[in-house]
Design a protein around this ligand. Structure first.
Ligand SMILES: Cc1cc2nc3c(=O)[nH]c(=O)nc-3n(C[C@H](O)[C@H](O)[C@H](O)COP(=O)(O)O)c2cc1C
Length: 169
């Protein structure tokens, strides 16, 4: 699948089949994260593949979203260097980890899998649940599995609203 097709076909999957993800598919998806770029190539991330049902149920509660535990795996994207700033004043980790997550979401589509970014969850209890060192931070939860729902038409701003040329207008 070419990248444009994967971008068009990706959508937030909010219902999953219980079918397990074949290991080779999952590892190809995670390879896309491993190859993601990051500022000065620091790769400030760790991805916890949460498979145990009880842990997924608890994460789903912390995210107030039952579909988080419906998916056979919930990827927990952890930043391992949260204080590092780019000279531009931007927190590097939010950018770096988001790129890796986006690679995952697109590679998942190529494998027939679906994902949904989950940014609405309780940080502290989730850190504690998964034994994540306190100097780290969870950037997103990402349930992944075979979709049991259908995509809706994408609602996006028109091109002329989001681009301008040469100076801001
Ligand atoms: C950083 C981020 C956080 C998000 N958090 C949530 C979330 O907590 N719960 C949820 O159901 N969707 C969440 N989403 C999914 C967005 O609602 C979704 O991407 C957007 O509405 C566009 O729809 P699409 O992904 O189907 O194209 C999040 C997306 C991003 C990028």
């Amino acid at each position: 699948m070419d990248v444009h097709t994967a971008i068009r076909e990706r959508y937030s999957v909010r219902s999953y089949k219980p079918d397990p993800i074949p290991k080779d598919k999952l590892m190809r998806v995670m390879e896309a994260a491993r190859l993601a770029p990051s500022a000065t190539n620091r790769q400030p991330w760790k991805f916890i593949l949460v498979e145990k049902q009880k842990l997924r149920d608890q994460l789903a509660e912390m995210a107030r979203n039952p579909f988080v535990s419906e998916a056979p795996i919930c990827i927990v994207a952890v930043c391992t260097e949260k204080d590092w700033m780019l000279s531009s004043g931007i927190h590097a980790y939010a950018v770096d980890v988001a790129i890796a997550i986006d690679h995952i979401t697109l590679a998942a589509v190529a494998e027939g899998l679906g994902t949904c970014w989950i940014g609405d969850f309780d940080q502290e209890p989730a850190m504690e649940l998964l034994n994540i060192p306190e100097e780290h931070i969870i950037v997103e939860l990402l349930p992944i599995g075979f979709p049991a729902d259908e995509p809706k038409a994408k609602k996006r701003k028109p091109m002329e609203e989001i681009i301008c040329w040469d100076t801001y207008s």
